[in-house]
Design a protein around this ligand. Structure first.
Ligand code: SF4
Ligand code: MG
Length: 317
């Protein structure tokens, strides 16, 4: 099988309270018709500003939420038809915050081995041995298994989270902003660890970030997301050499050098992100788009493939 994961027209809305007294009900279309595939061994980067729906998408991919509509296939089978323990052997997640994602009262060894213990993958002795191997694989010492999360730095904790994610030999790891809470000096180390582990285990990643420079450093392909929709998807090199969508161009202008060790300036886009409760009609980017034409505020574009593997959601194409 070539595709690990296939999404077709996935939608997810949330009810939210709006207004000062929270009396009126509204919905946010957090993910509003997203389709893409993830191929075995590749990294698909998913980039967008906060509120674009990328974290909701991560929760859908890891089964923490179910889509309202659309198809989510894992290894050509509907995701909802896999059992929870089967899912754990297929998809794992590394979260943004290594401080809140590890239980402070659990020893490192117990955190890493949790899935193996639940799925009874071996005897206690075998699991202990495996935990030590995993710690070595992520660049930590085997004796750390007896320690607690508070004894470690953010970067070390993220290594523990990576060890936990690979413990079940998954096909895919969803990484949601895995380095954005870390010191700039350790970001590159954690990214390199993810790359090395990927090669060793033929893993696929969905790598989520607001930072296009981090995403492009690690991704084979990049999908640009805005207000619940994919605006452009292409091979990383094509996206850099030939960005088509006006939003992608603005993001790229804010990223002069693809180097994750450099801090980003705030992205300079005219106007604020629209309120996702009442998104603009037509193209969702039209109030901020420097290239907008008449049709943009009334009619929604379609995602069109302009060349092989390069698609864009914009009336100009
Ligand atoms: Fe801009 Fe119109 Fe393209 Fe949307 S469809 S990105 S508003 S040009
Ligand atoms: Mg987020």
């Amino acid at each position: 099988e070539k595709n690990i994961l296939k999404l077709k027209d996935i939608k997810k809305s949330y009810p939210v309270s709006s207004g000062i007294l929270s009396l009126s009900k509204a919905t946010v279309k957090a993910v509003n018709g997203v389709s893409f595939e993830v191929i075995r061994g590749e990294t698909l980067g998913l980039v967008g500003e906060s509120g674009c729906g990328k974290s909701t998408l991560a929760r859908l991919l890891t089964g923490l939420e179910s889509p309202d509509s659309g198809t989510l296939l894992f290894r050509d089978k509907e995701y909802k038809d896999w059992s929870t323990s089967q899912r754990g052997t297929m998809i794992q997640m590394v979260f943004q915050d290594p401080y809140s994602s590890l239980n402070p009262r659990q020893r490192i060894g117990s955190i890493i081995s949790e899935g193996m213990r639940i799925n009874k993958t071996g005897s206690t002795k075998e699991i202990t041995k495996r935990v030590e191997e995993l710690l070595i694989q992520v660049g930590l010492r085997p004796e750390y298994s007896k320690r607690y999360p508070h004894e470690f730095s953010g970067g070390q904790r993220q290594r523990v989270a990576i060890a936990r994610a690979i413990a079940m030999n998954p096909d895919l790891i969803v990484c949601d902003e895995p380095v954005s809470a870390l010191d700039v000096s350790v970001q590159a180390q954690v990214l390199n660890l993810l790359k090395n582990i990927q090669k060793e285990f033929s893993l696929s990643y969905v790598f989520i970030s607001h930072d296009l420079s981090v995403v492009s450093h690690i991704s084979d392909r990049v999908a640009v997301m805005y207000l619940g929709k994919i605006m452009e998807i292409a091979k990383t090199e094509d996206l850099y050499k030939n960005p088509l969508h006006p939003y992608t161009r603005i993001l790229l202008d804010a990223v002069p050098i693809p180097d994750p060790t450099l801090q980003r300036e705030n992205i300079n886009i005219p106007e604020d992100m629209p309120n996702p409760i009442s998104p603009p009609s037509g193209c969702p980017f039209n109030p901020r788009c420097p290239k907008a034409i008449d049709i943009c505020s009334s009619s929604k574009p379609e995602l069109v493939e302009t060349e092989s593997g390069h698609s864009v959601y914009c009336h100009l194409y």
